[in-house]
Design a protein around this ligand. Structure first.
Ligand code: NAD
Length: 442
């Protein structure tokens, strides 16, 4: 997440006839891929469901002395391949179903990236824009106490997500450490500050992973009419951890960032936006809008800008049946979780626009979280070069595995499937194979 001065939380209001329930979408994506795999029906049914949902309600005394009750969730989807792993989100729109969906995507993401974790996710229904730092710290500490041993270094390991930062992770670690003194509790949470066991490169990992995967996919010929990022025109929706760092890394890789947006609106400049200037402008004014030399665009316009690569890096359900027809990108790389609906996937596939799905495209974050966990257990510190080199290897292997599965499904089933289906099939096969090898307990 980075230590951003500005916290943005407002999602795009959406009116759509599609079912936009994230959990229903996650299960639909699972079903689409699972049909190409030979998995016993009972196990298939089990894997589409969350193993556990913990709901907690707790009081917080706010700065003015009033007491308010907050609701928090932690969902565990699967621990077949290792401890649950997944971020904690602070947002007024957090729901149990959103957290369940995000937990299941974490299972599939960790399996695609081939790291030994299962899937989990958490969230607290709150609006960080309206909370002071001390109120956020109280919410975090009380949430962790309420979760108790639901989380743990070898059972379920949180990380940052929307509106939570390295500082939030420090509070989680500190609280858990108070509850379990005398042990090495650093691996209970990842995305910590570097001085507190955090890994070098974690802050940039989601965006860097997205870059490695996008480059690999382009090199492998996935994108008709695009053979390099040099000179590629890139549009980014969302300018937080994932989006703003992606802007810098894609620019460094030779691309031109022609449009970016945040919750307040978007900006466009055909000659290229300087990401550092956009970050500075946002820090000063609270918005990317108004950066000198750019024109203002709406978020809907932004998704329709003619470009080579479109990177959604904000929230779920941004590219839908009602706007997918207007997308004019050659490639979509999903830095955000769940930005494209199943109906939009069909439209984009029919139009020949490949979508690198979230469970692959943003798996760099959890991959470096895994590296952090390993370093914490071994009491080691890797150099940034070491982290990035390992990340590249993992991301390229994950991309190649998904492309191989796409070909396998075509050869075996005679079906042309999109990259999301191939990525889910890769992940489900890995999880199901291990579940069968372990046996259903007891
Ligand atoms: P963040 O809070 O740092 O940034 C979110 C950004 O989205 C902000 O710039 C905000 O202004 C913008 N936004 C909000 N509403 C918007 C709107 N209506 N239109 C355009 N932009 C809008 O969060 P983040 O960590 O960058 O996460 C963004 C996405 O990436 C989420 O889907 C998250 O789950 C996913 N993700 C993050 C990580 C990570 O390591 N941080 C890892 C994997 C996936």
């Amino acid at each position: 997440m980075g230590e951003r001065a500005v916290r943005e939380t407002t999602p795009i209001p959406v009116e759509s006839s599609e079912n936009l329930n994230s959990y229903a979408i996650a299960q639909a994506q699972f079903d689409t891929a699972a049909q190409y795999l030979d998995i016993p029906a009972g196990l298939r049914d089990h894997l589409r469901h969350t193993s556990r949902l913990t709901t907690v309600e707790f009081p917080i005394e706010e700065d003015d002395g009033t007491v308010k009750t907050y609701t928090g969730y932690r969902a565990l989807h699967s621990r077949v391949r290792g401890p649950g792993k997944g971020g904690i989100r602070y947002h007024p729109d957090v729901t149990a179903d959103e957290v369940r969906a995000l937990a299941s995507w974490m299972t599939w993401k960790c399996a695609v990236a081939d790291i030994p974790f299962g899937g989990a996710k958490g969230g607290v229904v709150c609006d960080p824009k309206k909370l002071s730092r001390s109120e956020l710290r109280k919410i975090t500490r009380r949430f962790v106490v309420e979760l108790g041993d639901t989380i743990g270094p070898h059972t379920d390991i949180p990380a940052p997500d929307v509106n939570t930062t390295a500082e939030t992770m420090a509070w989680i670690y500190d609280t858990y450490d108070m509850m379990h003194p005398g042990k090495n509790n650093l691996p209970v949470v990842t995305g910590k500050p570097v001085g507190m066991g955090g890994s070098l490169g974690r802050n940039e990992a989601t965006a860097r992973g997205c870059l490695f995967i996008t480059k690999r996919a382009i090199e492998q010929g996935v994108v008709p009419g695009l053979d390099s990022l040099t000179g590629a025109r890139v549009v980014i929706q969302g300018f937080g951890n994932a989006g703003s760092i992606a802007a810098q890394l894609f620019r460094d890789a030779g691309a031109t960032i022609i449009a970016v947006s945040d919750s307040t609106g978007g900006i466009f400049c055909a000659d290229g936006i300087n990401p550092e200037m956009a970050i500075a402008h946002k820090q000063q004014s609270g918005s990317v809008v108004g950066l000198p030399g750019t024109t203002t665009v709406t978020n809907d316009d932004l998704l329709h800008i003619d470009c080579d690569v479109l990177i959604p890096a904000a929230f779920e359900n941004q590219i839908r049946a009602d706007n997918a027809d207007g997308v004019s990108a050659k490639l979509i790389a999903e830095a955000a979780n769940g930005p494209t609906t199943p109906a939009a996937d069909k439209i984009l596939f029919a139009r020949g626009i490949p979508v690198i799905p979230d469970i692959l495209a943003n798996s760099g974050g959890v991959t470096v979280s895994y590296f952090e966990w390993v370093q914490n257990i071994e009491n080691e510190h890797w150099s940034e070069d070491q982290v990035n080199a390992h990340l590249r290897t993992k991301m390229e292997a994950a991309t190649d595995a998904v492309l191989k599965m796409q070909i396998e499904i075509r050869d075996r089933n005679g079906a042309d499937v999109d990259l999301r289906t191939a990525a889910f099939a890769t992940a489900i096969k890995r999880v199901a194979t291990l579940a069968l090898a372990r046996g259903i307990w007891p």
